[in-house]
Design a protein around this ligand. Sequence first.
Ligand code: SF4
Length: 139
Amino acid sequence: MEGTSDRVLSGKLVHEDSYKRKNKEILIDDILKLDILDKDYVREVKISSKLTEPDKMQLYYYLFYLKNIGIYKKGSINYVKEKKVEIIELTPEIEDKIINTLIDIKRITCDNKPPKLNRLPYCTKCAYYEFCFVKEDDI
Ligand code: SF4
């Protein structure tokens, strides 16, 4: 559904516009699509810092995955709108959080029915909004 999201599209345009001359996305094991990989950092480009927690978890997961295949990097998130860069590093606590999140994801995907739907403040901006709320909004 991300293919039809205006927000995802504008993110792609910002990314292409900001980095088209220097960088190419890198696909690792057909799982991770890294915006930029350099000597010390995996660098992600985001339009704005409205969803910093999910942005960080995404990048922590990339760092965690890479560490498990023997590649040690730090993370950098470039927020284009705010012209701000956030540097992150894996810690044992963060690795535990990633592992617990992966266990949670596995549990949810193995359940017979989806978890109870909660409308969150950022749902209307999400690429999956129609998937989650189409029935409710049609009534
Ligand atoms: S629209 Fe659905 S997938 Fe998106 S944040 Fe809300 S509940 Fe989550």
